[in-house]
Design a protein around this ligand. Structure first.
Ligand code: SF4
Length: 355
């Protein structure tokens, strides 16, 4: 079991982050934020997939104003991603955003930072500081002769934190991301030794679905194992719904996913398998994507090892010759034609309890 580090608690809408609360899964919309219909549609798909908090790009005033309309139409908290323009941060706050992602050191003028901080304080809105290995400020690069390591990244976060703390603002979350897995791990570990602010963890620019999933799983797995991480985002070059699926699986695999969810197990197939198990397993996962139940489902290639190997599954199938055997808790219930296997298994799963 993982012993999670206890951090300060912040609230993003009705989601609590830090202090041992369940790790909140985040993603970011890929739509033009000004396009309210498309953005709301994507947020709803993300929410249905298990996303807890969603971030939106706010590159201009219209986007900041659109947040107000979007907020009325969705159920999960929204984070405004602001690069450096304090006016957009103020607009987003006025539009009712639940969290800001902005680096105070990038705003440029402390008076402007103060305006944002005062408004965020008034509304109990937290700020996420996001340090990225690709955008360390010039001063630090000169000081460390362009060397980027965990010390530099944590010092970069410290500079932004100091600005907020000097204004008596502590509703802070911090991310320190690099696309290098070990650098990211080292940075989060060092940060967590020095601070008790909640961390938003992720591997940045991780890549396409396959590569990004592997990199994120390796990196986030190690970070989580060290008890670090209060909210997470898996960054993939893909439909953001994929990010949520991967994040859920990472959390499930280390015992940190707390909502009801189906656990799938499937065999790798071998020469004994006589059905198209790969297609069946993938189709089943897709069909069950919106079902959130605490059950274990096994998809096994043959009856020789299938039901026995998946004895602890609540339900499963084992392939035969143009047929599959349906089993529950290791006991064979009946045989089904291969062509009806998907439909029948989905029907059985839908009927099962497990919430
Ligand atoms: S369950 Fe059967 S088909 Fe699947 S890997 Fe084991 S022996 Fe092969």
């Amino acid at each position: 079991m993982i012993n999670r580090k206890i951090t300060r608690e912040i609230s993003v809408g009705d989601i609590r982050i830090g202090n041992g609360n369940p790790i909140a899964i985040q993603s970011m919309t890929t739509t033009d934020t000004r396009d309210v219909v498309s953005t709301v549609d994507q947020i709803k798909r993300l929410e249905n997939a298990g996303c807890d908090i969603v971030r939106l790009a706010v590159p201009d005033r219209e986007s900041a104003l659109a947040i107000k309309k979007i907020k009325d139409l969705v159920g999960i908290p929204l984070v405004a991603d602001i690069h450096f323009d304090y006016r957009l941060a103020l607009e987003a706050l006025d539009s009712g955003v639940d969290k800001l992602r902005i680096n105070p050191g990038n705003i440029g003028d402390n008076q402007r930072v103060r305006l944002v901080v005062e408004k965020a304080k008034e509304r109990n809105i937290p700020i996420r500081i996001g340090v990225n290995s690709g955008s360390v400020d010039k001063e630090l690069l000169e000081k460390y002769k362009n060397k980027i390591d965990a010390e530099v990244l944590v010092e970069s976060a410290a500079k932004h934190i100091e600005i907020l703390e000097s204004m008596n603002f502590k509703d802070i979350a911090v991310s320190i991301k690099a696309s290098d897995v070990l650098l990211t791990v080292a940075s989060y570990r060092l940060f967590s030794e020095r601070y008790d602010y909640p961390t938003h963890i992720g591997i940045t620019e991780a890549g396409t679905v396959m590569r990004g999933t592997v990199k994120s799983s390796a990196g986030l797995g190690i970070i989580l194992y060290h008890g670090i991480g209060d909210t997470m985002r898996v960054s993939l070059t893909s439909d953001p719904v994929e990010e949520i699926k991967v994040a859920r699986e990472i959390l499930k695999s280390v015992g940190l996913y707390t909502k009801p969810d189906i656990e799938f197990v499937s065999c790798p197939t071998c020469g004994r398998c006589k059905i198209d198990l790969i297609e069946l397993a993938n189709a089943l996962e897709n069909e069950c994507a919106g079902l959130h139940k605490n059950i274990k489902v096994a998809v096994m290639g043959c009856a020789v090892n299938g039901p026995g190997e998946a004895r602890d599954a609540d339900i499963g199938i084992a392939g035969g010759d143009k047929k599959v055997l349906l089993f529950k808790k290791g006991e064979i219930i009946r045989s089904i034609d291969e062509k009806d296997a998907l439909k029948e298994l989905v029907r059985e799963i839908k009927e099962m309890q497990g919430d």
